[in-house]
Design a binder for this molecule. Structure first.
Ligand code: GLY
Length: 373
């Protein structure tokens, strides 16, 4: 592995600080990174069937080189795995393996595995360490960093969970090579989100170079993907280090999520709309609402939409939603406070802010206009 291609960032959280390592081929050195953190050479890999079939041999080989003993738990792939029943199964297996409090587990997969394994780590023996090796772009630019873990329930997505920081995050862009392009594009929505929040220059760069995301040349696409992971993780690390438990600033990272979660919930979290695709549409709605309330211009709303289209994200014209049903889902969101939803709105690209007190009639107007029902 050439060190030129490897970037290292620190998420500065005092005694919970950790490194985020980004580049091509990082996975093949996972064992040597992990060894420095282990008290005894033993670990458990938690992954899913899809990742196991294409990426697991590389991780296992890197552990064997370092003489680290391991067991592997392979769960079904997909959002339904983030459930009470899989959590119970996982905890049972860890107990059966007699994993000790000073041991560490590896969450090896996308956001579902990261959230579930991280939550299991947060409650197993009242909390053990874990590391994140995210294998999707969405997990590499967002969910593996910052310590949000949890599961879904019949009451909604991510309502049960804990803040539990990993000890290390390893992002290997070569893991993205086995993903279908739609998955990569969906994850990209969470990267450009950081530009929309507070980095206009990053947006200009992305808008000019978006063609490199799925470029035919491996070197070009890997370099572009490494760059956006690095920029996204640095932006996220900066925010999380100031507001780990989402008391205020961190809520900006939810740009597009209140609307996006409602769209996903209405479609039953199905493959009709991936999470990143929902966030992209949610971001467009947030800009439409900001424009309607007089905070941002039509030009900004059009730029956001045009950029999403260039990236290959979904368009609102493909869907039709009942505004009342979406509002109902939004009211079950955990971001409610005193019965009010806090929205992430915008004064223009790179100028997001938090705002409570939006009238539900304005939301209904915007949703009806957006989906042209
Ligand atoms: N995905 C938003 C956050 O981690 O705060």
């Amino acid at each position: 592995m050439s060190l030129d291609n490897i970037h290292k960032l620190k998420l500065d959280l005092g005694d919970k600080a950790y490194d985020i390592i980004i580049g091509s081929g990082v996975l093949d050195h996972a064992g040597s990174y992990l060894k420095q953190l282990l008290k005894r050479p033993r670990t458990v890999i938690i992954t899913d069937e899809n990742v196991a079939s294409v990426q697991l041999p590389r991780l296992e080989a890197s552990l064997k080189v370092e003489n680290i003993e391991f067991e592997t738990l392979i769960l079904p792939a997909g959002e339904p795995t983030k459930s009470f029943s899989q959590l119970e199964y996982l905890l049972g297996k860890l107990l059966e393996m007699r994993l000790e409090r000073s041991d560490m587990i590896i969450a090896f997969g996308g956001g579902v595995i990261g959230d579930l394994a991280g939550f299991a780590a947060s409650i197993y023996l009242r909390g053990i360490d874990f590391i994140q090796i995210p294998t999707t772009l969405l997990a590499q630019v967002d969910s593996s960093v910052g310590g949000k873990t949890g599961i879904n329930s019949s009451w909604g997505k991510n309502l049960i969970g804990a803040f539990h920081q990993p000890r290390l995050v390893l992002c290997d862009v070569l893991c993205l090579e086995t993903l279908e392009p739609r998955h990569v594009i969906s994850g990209y929505a969470e990267a450009v989100k950081y530009a929309f929040i507070n980095d206009r220059e990053f947006f200009n760069d992305l808008d000019q170079n978006i063609g490199d995301l799925n470029h035919i040349d491996l070197k070009v696409r890997c370099a572009f993907r490494s760059k956006i992971i690095l920029k996204s993780c640095a932006a996220k690390a900066n925010i999380v280090s100031q507001d780990e438990k989402e008391k205020n600033l961190r809520a900006l990272l939810n740009l597009g999520h209140t609307f996006g979660h409602a769209l996903e919930a209405e479609l039953g979290y199905s493959d009709r709309l991936y999470h990143g695709e929902a966030v992209a549409l949610g971001t467009e709605i947030a800009f439409a609402l900001s424009q309607h309330l007089g905070f941002s211009s039509e030009k900004d709303s059009l730029l956001v939409k045009a950029h999403h289209q260039k990236a290959g994200l979904r368009s609102a014209n493909e869907f039709s939603f009942d505004a009342q049903k979406l509002i109902h889902h939004m009211q079950r969101d955990k971001k409610m406070s005193d019965g009010q939803i806090t929205f992430v709105l915008s004064r223009g690209i790179g100028k997001a802010f938090l705002y409570s007190g939006v009238d539900m009639s304005d939301i209904e107007t915007i949703l009806n206009r957006f989906f042209k029902i």
